[in-house]
Design a binder for this molecule. Structure first.
Ligand SMILES: Cc1cc2nc3c(=O)[nH]c(=O)nc-3n(C[C@H](O)[C@H](O)[C@H](O)COP(=O)(O)OP(=O)(O)OC[C@H]3O[C@@H](n4cnc5c(N)ncnc54)[C@H](O)[C@@H]3O)c2cc1C
Length: 431
């Protein structure tokens, strides 16, 4: 298929241009691939460019929970004080490495400014809309495209050992209902009677029956499989280092040559600001580092994914394995695996579970969550750029929001009325 970005004669003269596509998607994580899939379903000719192999970023070893229940954003009233307390507490779920990084300080100021009820409520509404749409759309995609990714719609249980923390969270359930998130409160003893994987001492549980889970590495691989079957291309080992907007399209430079397209979608997760900066747009996204350990599946596992709320650790069991994950560290683009942080995952699991780990460790992993300063994704046109789109900043919820994000980008590019109001996610809010 040929897309007349420029005349054929001009095109021949473009030295080093080795490929022309209708739409280039830069970044082969869950967001890039779901966007490419939604575009391919629309009949667009799509090519994904990925610096490593697909799904090698945050989309690889995350916990795989699909959680409309996480609609409330991190930027909440009282969070600044809480974060300062955590900074002084060894083993706390959040760590900010003190350093002189203007982008981090701008991010922190932006985040702190959102820690009030009005902004919290606005973000929660926006997050709920995209989460609820994505949850339903994902179930549809799994069925329609036959995605073999261990998807299960069994809900997620938030488990509490601390009675005060439990009561505080129960108090927030009514507000969550206002965001379309249904919950059931279960007494600790009643829960233990039906869930033998947990140790005694559970104060209570909040079940979110609308939540779900999947195995994220398989999800990403399946998105890629379906995309290719629909005629989409994926070029791995292509590091995009510049995007240049021209009169009739976009030129994308990689170490392996140049690509041209009518439109480009930047879906680089935590790396996105590095590319948008070259387009004159400062995207307030910081890498929020999290860790996971994947094991062979223990004999006794919880029936549903668990959020161990007093420790902020997530437990997910699939037929194919078992994962502990979480912690949030703002330490820049740091690539080390911190043994203390990994140890925290196992310590938390030991408090709650009879069989906290599997017999074999399959992988110790870190990933950079793309944390935006208002904890909302940035989806839409890059300000001032007609043909450059952004799908980034999904923070702790990129898997949960992936299907809706893909569809939203496809709708915006097509000029159709989207399923959800795009306004809350517009990158222009940061311009
Ligand atoms: C411990 C942990 C647990 C989590 N648990 C959950 C969960 O249970 N549920 C949930 O919804 N979310 C969860 N998340 C968040 C989720 O993993 C992310 O929000 C999501 O993966 C982001 O997807 P992405 O496609 O935007 O980014 P990524 O998956 O990071 O993809 C970006 C891609 O861009 C590529 N890239 C980078 N630079 C370039 C370049 N210059 N050129 C070309 N390609 C490039 C990278 O290699 C990468 O593949 C978790 C995250 C962590 C760390």
């Amino acid at each position: 298929m040929f897309f007349p970005l420029c005349s054929a004669a001009n095109f021949d003269r473009l030295a080093g241009v080795n490929n022309e596509s209708e739409i280039l998607v830069v970044g082969g994580g869950a967001i890039g691939l779901s966007t490419a899939l939604a575009l391919a379903v629309d009949g667009r000719q799509v090519r994904v460019l990925e610096t490593g192999v697909i799904g090698s970023g945050a989309s690889h070893g995350n916990c795989g929970t699909i959680t409309p229940s996480h609609a409330p954003p991190l930027a909440a009233p009282g969070m600044v004080l809480q974060a300062m307390r955590w900074m002084l507490t060894p083993g706390a779920p959040l760590y900010i490495k003190p350093r002189l990084d203007p982008a981090l300080w701008r991010w922190l100021l932006g985040f702190a400014a959102r820690c009030n009820h009005k902004d919290w409520h606005a973000s929660a509404l926006g997050r709920a809309a995209i989460l609820n749409d994505s949850r339903a759309r994902l179930a549809d995609w799994v069925q329609r495209h036959g995605l073999q990714c261990e998807f299960a719609e069994e809900g997620v249980d938030y488990v509490f050992r601390d009675p005060r923390n439990f009561q505080r969270n129960v108090g927030e359930c009514e507000e969550l209902r206002g965001f379309g998130v249904v919950s059931e409160v279960i007494d600790g003893d009643a829960y233990l009677a039906s869930e033998p994987a947990l140790k005694p001492g559970i104060a209570g549980v909040i079940r979110f029956p609308g939540d779900a889970r999947l195995r994220p590495d398989r999800y990403v691989a399946e998105l890629a499989r379906v995309l290719r079957a629909l005629g989409g291309n994926i070029d791995e080992h292509r590091k995009v280092d510049a995007v240049r907007v021209e009169a009739d399209g976009v030129r994308v430079h990689t170490g392996q040559g140049e690509y041209r397209a009518r439109e480009v979608v930047i879906a680089l997760g935590a790396w996105s600001p590095q590319l948008t900066r070259s387009l004159g747009f400062r995207l307030p996204v910081q890498p929020g580092k999290g860790y996971s350990i994947t094991y062979s599946r223990p004999a006794l596992v919880p029936k549903r994914p668990l959020s161990l709320r007093d420790r902020s650790v997530c437990v997910t069991a699939w037929g194919s394995g078992f994962r502990l994950g979480s912690t949030m560290e703002f330490s820049g683009y740091d690539t080390s695996l911190n043994p203390t942080r990994l140890g925290m995952l196992e310590r938390a699991a030991r408090e709650y579970l009879h069989e906290p780990v599997g017999a074999t460790v399959e992988e110790r992993w870190y990933g950079w969550r793309p944390m935006s300063s208002d904890d909302m994704p940035a989806i839409g046109r890059v300000p001032g750029q007609r043909n450059v789109w952004l799908a980034a900043g999904h923070g702790m919820l990129g898997i949960s929001m992936s299907a809706a994000t893909g569809q939203l980008v496809a709708d915006l590019i097509a000029g159709r009325e989207p399923a959800i109001d795009p306004a809350p996610y517009s990158p222009a809010r940061f311009a």
